[in-house]
Write a protein of this length. Sequence first.
Length: 467
Amino acid sequence: MRIQDIADILIMTLLVYQLYAWFRKTRALQVVLGLGFLVLLYVLTKNLGLFMTSWILQELGTVIFILIIVIFQGEIRQALYRFSLLRNFFNSNERHHKLPEIQSVVEAAFNLAKRKNGALIVFERRERLDDYLLHGVKLDSLLSNQLLVNIFEDGAPLHDGAAVIRNGRISEASSHLPLSSNQELPQYLGTRHRAAVGLSEKTDALIIVVSEERGTVSIVTGGELHRVDTPEQLYNQLVEELAMQGADNHRLPLRMAVFRNILPKSVTLLLVIACWLLINARQGGLQTVSAQVKFHNLPEKLVLKDDLPGEIEVQLKVLSTIFMSSKKLEVVADLDLSKIHEGLNSIPVDSKVFQLPLGVSVSKVTPSAMKIIAEKKVYRELPVVLKTEGKLKKGLYLKSVRIEPDRVKVVGSESALSQFTQVNTEILNLSALTGNRTVELPLIPLSPQLQIRREDPVSVKLQIGGR
């Protein structure tokens, strides 16, 4: 298994577990579990040859997918918002509440509890709550113990609903919150507690609930409801959650963060590994393509006697043809010649010489090794010869030709150099000349194995006489 595969599994495990942690007590998770059962049933019926059942499940899949988007658009929007890395830059809604504000809320909560007046007090943190608050009355008033007690006094116009604290002020009151659909909540909890849990399931808000029947105070975050027995206990929890360190900045030790809730994390990891194995089992097949051959790190004192073959055949294994087709890949074999020596060399051609995208691996290479003959690099000076065509006009003749430089250095193997005695210029048409002329002519390359150590044209001076 490659390092990329391990990273792939860990990233998907983190994403899936995070989604589970956000929606574990909501209808969305129940629907996902139901869909997972249908997918498993579809795979089983297809592999068992139950064509009608598998066809019906396949056709229902498209309709169910559209229904999920429509029904759970709020949950999908919330998940995308929470996954967004840019929200930390553009969303400045996170507030650190001051200690006097927290003290006022603590005093108000327990004063209301003594009187058995029900209350819902919502602290808005990083995520905006506007999409989840209904029928609230805008206040934008200073936060105080007395005002909160008056809001939730029996018979007061705004006592039915929640008071929302935003930026250290009571922004609105009598707001209706979404109810939780969690079936595991105790039966004795009323609408007020279910509303607090429902809002905490959908956002990062912190809610204080005062029970009208029992006169108890509870704090709700992340879908979890915890009873608070004393003002000191409530104050300490609010300071930990809302004061200067902030809710998102409160970090658990790494060991505790990894091993907390170890059972659901382990199940998520096993499910992701199973899906990964299933996807890899459904390979896109073996496909053969042609790969170009190039090399690097050729020793300075050696040259290749013959050209490398232009292409080799490579059999590729693609993870899935849905995501990538090997026919669209430009595969190149880059050979490392740093360890070759003078004479015959055998260079292995394996998967290491190919640079391939993720999800594509080499299954077979033909040929699996390349025979390369290296020779000692030789330097030799060869004369430059002017190549001409046509004839001078009648009455003219070529008196002299002078080439500068008249010799150039050529580099290559001894066997290749032995086949050449001169370096030719490009062809000069004599019929166009009427008098003395100086022209610049490029040199014609000898062969791919030889290199002329001059890139600039040579200067050719012609003297033309008349009869």
